[in-house]
Write a protein that binds this ligand. Structure first.
Ligand SMILES: Nc1ncnc2c1ncn2[C@@H]1O[C@H](COP(=O)(O)OP(=O)(O)O)[C@@H](O)[C@H]1O
Ligand SMILES: [Mg+2]
Length: 370
């Protein structure tokens, strides 16, 4: 599967753009602030129906304009397919595959697998637990539809339960029967989600170790410890135990929406004890393992988007990454860099055909290299 053509209208700083890509490596170069990352984000939109960076669709419309459109032509299983995403201010987002609108966007997730590696991945280490949950949920959702639906259902029930707790607080009332109806749903979905997450981590961790060893040439071990918010109790007992607290706080204080993961290097907390360099290698290994995992379960190479990875790595590791993604184990790659010569040379050394684009203030031009 690969993206042949991308068309943009009024997407972020692009009034209009029409690009055709190589099925292998594509490189966007240009100075900072010119729109390189925005191109990756447009490609991300087509796989996930949303931005990697900004969850509010309308903020991705070019300033002072009324709508944006992102369109992609793909080759998938030998067929040409077309994806279309349109956002108008104050209107429901339109998302079509081969001219047909989806009933639910969740049906689309996973059909065009994609992995993004970006400097903002750092949030996985320094950010709140929601980033780490999103990381695993995002991977599982790409291959397990039931999981994604459970997650959506769980979040819906959770919002209802929280609204009810709030209502109890404002009206100084309490109604255990209604609350238990929501509890039943929460437990049903929550148990299933927890089980899947643990199963996933068991399979994922060996791949993660392998990738970390490859990048760092070391024998250090990496681990992801799942930290459930419900310990030593079943879900229902836990909800009952914290009920007095939930009523004071007016929201649900335990459950899979509060679980976390601890990243470990040689058994120690990555955040507390690892060097900057180790943290960067760790993040890269996480993402490469994500790529490998999705490739395995989907039986196709995800698109790989590499945003400013040069900033993340020292020279030898960067070379290693370039030769890795140039190999046949990887499919189509999109990479950004501020230095076009540097990156072009590295891909030439790796013997891959790379298509180079120069980006300047929302205008993209193909660069012909001798
Ligand atoms: N909704 C928008 N409308 C117009 N311009 C935008 C919008 N969102 C972001 N931009 C502009 O996009 C530019 C940043 O593009 P980006 O792709 O991050 O640059 P690069 O990756 O090349 O450093 C900034 O100049 C920013 O003002
Ligand atoms: Mg950028």
């Amino acid at each position: 599967m690969f993206l042949k053509k991308l068309n943009l209208i009024n997407f972020k700083n692009y009034p209009e753009a029409e690009l055709s890509f190589s099925p292998k490596v594509n490189c966007f170069t240009g100075n900072n602030g010119m729109g390189k990352t925005n191109l990756l984000d447009a490609i991300y939109y087509l796989s996930f129906c949303k931005s990697y960076f900004n969850q509010i669709d309308s903020q991705n419309i070019r300033y002072d304009q009324g709508f944006f459109m992102v369109q992609g032509v793909y080759e998938r299983n030998g067929e040409t397919e077309e994806l279309h995403c349109g956002v108008k201010r104050n209107q429901k987002k339109q998302f079509k595959r081969n001219k047909k609108e989806y009933d639910r966007l969740s049906e689309h997730i996973g059909l065009y697998p994609l992995v993004m590696i970006s400097p903002s991945d750092n949030e996985l280490i320094v950010g709140g637990s929601e980033y780490r949950r999103k990381f695993i949920d995002g991977i599982i959702s790409q291959y397990d539809k039931i999981y994604l639906e459970k997650l959506i259902a769980y979040n819906h029930v959770l919002a209802q339960r929280n609204a009810l707790l709030k209502h109890f607080g404002t009206t100084r009332t309490f109604d255990s029967v209604t609350l238990e109806l929501w509890d039943d749903q929460l437990i049903l979905h929550g148990d299933g989600i927890l089980k899947k997450r643990l199963e996933f981590l068991q399979e994922f961790t060996p791949l993660f170790n392998k990738n970390f060893a490859f990048i760092t040439d070391s024998t250090e071990t990496v681990d992801l410890d799942y930290i459930p918010s419900i310990k030593d109790k079943d879900y229902r007992t836990a909800l009952m135990t914290v009920l007095p607290k939930d009523r004071v706080m007016e929201y649900t204080t335990v459950g899979i929406h509060r679980d976390d993961m601890e990243f470990k290097l040689n058994g120690n907390s990555l955040k507390k004890f690892a060097s900057q360099g180790q943290q960067k290698s760790y993040l890269l290994a996480l993402k490469l393992a994500q790529f490998e995992f999705i490739k395995k379960v989907k039986n196709t190479s995800p698109l790989l988007l590499l945003d400013d990875v040069y900033d993340k790595l020292d020279e030898p590791r960067f070379r290693k990454l370039i030769s890795l993604v140039s190999s046949n184990d990887f499919g189509q790659v999109f990479i950004t860099d501020t230095h076009s010569e540097r990156i072009h040379e590295l891909f030439m050394e790796a013997n891959v055909d790379v298509k180079m684009f120069h980006v300047e203030n929302g205008v993209v031009e193909e660069i012909a290299h001798a």
